[in-house]
Design a protein around this ligand. Sequence first.
Ligand SMILES: [Ca+2]
Ligand SMILES: [Ca+2]
Length: 458
Amino acid sequence: MILFVAASALKAQPLSHSSKPTGAPIYGIGLEMDPVWIGDDVANHGLPEEDWDRVYAPRIKSTGVKRFRMMIIPSWYEKTNDDDDPYNYNWDGFDFSEEGSLKMLYKELDLVEEIGGEALLVIWGCPFNHFLRDPEGGNHWVCRTGDDEEVAENFTALIKYLIEVKGYTCVKEATLYNEPECGVSPMGWYDRTCRVFEARLRREGLRDKIRFNCSDNTDTRRFFLEQTVERVGDIADMYNSHTYLYDCNTTNSTIYNWEKRNVEACKGRPHYVCEFGLSNGNGLNATSTATRGVTLTRLALNFLNAGASGASLWIAYDQHYGGLHNCGLWHSLASLYPDEEGLEDYAVRPQYYSYSLMARFIPIGSKVYPVDLGNEFAASSYVEAPDGSKTWIFANGNEESLSFEIPAEGAYDVYVFSSDTLPADDSQIEASSVLEPVGGAVSVEIPAWSVIYLNTKK
Ligand SMILES: [Ca+2]
Ligand SMILES: [Ca+2]
């Protein structure tokens, strides 16, 4: 392996991190992992079920990701109304049997439980032919819901079942509706349903087990986040927004300021970027390039530096919702990509390795100290993990290398992600060299289009 990093005589810019952390609680680096892999609501692609245990679960474990966002559709377990009383769970009227998407949900939660991770459940809306649909609520594959009390019963029934019957401790967070402002639940409906749901969590003794994560708005609609804070700020534990506005051509300032304004809108409560990706998939942004892995890291570092509690990638792996969504950490069956010659089933993309580095070095409970590199296409953060280890992270999206001198009390393990350091298989990138301090500092060169992690040697 080529060693890019060495204590060198290059003219290096002295660097220090912010003296204070952002103050945001860090809920970790996340992945969208919707339980539709063997279900039939969205995907129907004939994947061999055993490949979950053979390929998918081991890979998720190897990434080190501990936070997962999951789609929930109310009809999966309450096809018709359990009874006419929304304050009486008629358990015979719910069906939690291990089939279809529920079976997949249990497989995913089993995995999250095993690795000590956390799951965010998101009611997506309800199908157009479902009893929860508002008769005036549109005719899409997910629609606005009608009866707030019935919605609250439906969602809390699932949460109760998962926590109290199945015994999952990883179910930690809940969101009402994916991107509600897009029509699934505009303000006026949304805030009322949130209040009824939150009251029901309290009534059922579930409130202290669940963070209520609100807004879930799309990138350009900060007004919805602001209205959410205004209307349900007394019951929300945290907020989140999504973005697909940016790519390798976007400056740090633009990305940072987008998230800074979100954080400010939340008035002291945490803000998480619950979905993010790139605005296009061409050239340096293409899904199977290492440059995409660098840009995704640069985006996440900007969010964190601006005070985000973390960021979650859309999507863990290709799920064949359609072409737009073929941007996961790995492909699906090769036969589904007729244009990609020589592709192997489940081939990983370079971002599989870069995303794992982020997840491993920014664990839940970290503190993030922003670092200003004075460069619009290279970003950096200094992260203190709960176990006391400290990591400098650099993502360089320039065509030139950059050199910095950073303080060092001891040696650093060096992890390098670039097109030249990709493992030949799906094992993750490990340390490739050690930097020993000279005179209380180390010099580090960050090559063009690379990500480098310097982790205090344990
Ligand atoms: Ca019901
Ligand atoms: Ca009922």
